[in-house]
Design a protein around this ligand. Structure first.
Ligand SMILES: [Zn+2]
Length: 60
């Protein structure tokens, strides 16, 4: 029964991922820090990739 509970926890984590964005950066596929996900719940990129993404077009 403990294993069932553990699997249930994994299921909840997957559902949370689907609802709030993913724990994995869509650009570099690195794990997104929990602190960043807490600050930006719908973030799909890690801090570095998001800055690069937002910085595109600013020149140099
Ligand atoms: Zn990234």
């Amino acid at each position: 029964m403990e294993e069932a509970a553990r699997l249930s926890g994994i299921e909840q984590s997957r559902r949370a991922c689907a609802g709030t964005g993913c724990a994995i950066c869509i650009t570099c596929e690195e794990p997104i820090p929990v602190a960043r996900r807490a600050a930006v719940p719908h973030a799909q990129r890690c801090t570095g990739c998001q800055q690069h993404h937002e910085g595109v077009g600013r020149g140099r």
